[in-house]
Design a binder for this molecule. Structure first.
Ligand code: COA
Length: 279
């Protein structure tokens, strides 16, 4: 085992198959509650997936009955709260690094595959992933109110980004749970599918993303996140610059090829599919 491999494999599993990096939170006995071990291993796994050319789409899921029961009340809250403040700060920062700082701008497409329980802190990475598919019977909840804290970390901010005010405040204030179907109806996830179709549907979505130009995909999601904070005038200028930068840096000059295949070769229709990337 290389030094890099030793950095994960206990509390986070990684397997790269046919272009998909399957990343599995692996504390099923603790419902994949996020502890310092997961924080450490996830940061190492993100490095590995970023560097591995064979990994083209990242799928995050959980082992057993949970996606993740959120932050570990014992190892992430109680023990660090009682320890040195600087060590606690380092843990919080390392957790923010994988759950949302890196994940929102991860250079490859990311999909959250929500297979079961999804609580509290797990909403951070759920929302930071580009796309999300849930099992219809997965159960979600902002349970913080039930044990006497506010949804901190970045949970409240993330939730405000994707849920309506009525839904966000309802679930923040009641701590009630909702299922995958309801999560899809409120657009917290893209869609909900029967549990026995979850992996196949996620894989099909990953394959659709793999047909696209990866360089442009990366620029498109980066631009999306940035322009949301800008005025229209700023966004117009930024998008022109970003678009030019993307063309300039794109090793396959996708725009030229896409236009050539449509206008000259007449071999595909961009309204209906991606241009052929093998030639
Ligand atoms: N932190 C620490 N431990 C957790 C945990 C968490 N967030 N979620 C689950 N666990 C542990 C339990 O303490 C239990 O440990 P034990 O076997 O040593 O007693 C084990 O995981 C199994 O949990 P259990 O409650 O028996 O499983 P369940 O399937 O009946 O219920 C949940 C699953 C997720 C509904 C329940 O565990 C729960 O409410 N967890 C807390 C969720 C939460 O509030 N998260 C927000 C954190 S920000």
């Amino acid at each position: 085992m290389t030094e890099a491999q030793a950095a994960w494999g206990r509390e986070v599993l990684l397997s790269v198959e046919d272009g998909i990096a399957w990343v599995t939170l692996n504390r099923p006995d603790k419902r994949n509650a996020i502890n310092p071990g997961i924080v450490r291993e996830m940061n190492a796994v993100l490095d590995a997936v970023e560097e591995d050319d064979a990994a083209r789409v990242l799928v995050l899921t959980g082992a057993g009955s949970a996606f993740s029961a959120g932050q570990d009340l014992k190892e992430y809250f109680r023990e660090p709260d009682q320890g040195p403040p600087l060590a606690r700060e380092r843990l919080l920062s390392a957790n923010a690094a994988w759950q949302w700082r890196r994940m929102r701008f991860f250079p490859k497409p990311t999909i959250a595959m929500v297979n079961g329980w999804c609580f509290g802190g797990a909403f951070q990475v759920l929302i930071a992933c580009d796309l999300a598919i849930a099992a219809e019977d997965a159960r979600f909840g902002l349970s913080e109110i039930n044990w006497g804290i506010i949804p901190a970390g970045i949970v409240t901010r993330a939730v405000a980004d994707v849920m309506s005010q009525r839904d966000a405040l309802y679930y923040i204030m009641t701590g009630e749970t909702f299922d995958g179907r309801e999560a899809a109806a409120m657009r917290l996830v893209n869609r909900a599918v029967p549990a026995d179709r979850l992996r196949a549907e996620t894989e099909a979505l990953a394959r659709r993303l793999m047909e696209k130009n990866p360089h442009v995909l990366r620029a498109a999601k980066t631009a999306y996140h940035h322009v949301r904070q800008m005025s229209w005038e700023q966004a117009f200028d930024y998008l022109l610059a970003k678009s030019d930068q993307t063309k300039y840096r794109d090793p396959e000059r996708g725009d030229q090829e896409g236009m050539r295949q449509f206008l000259d070769e007449k071999s595909y229709r961009p309204g209906l599919q991606a241009y052929r990337r093998d030639g």
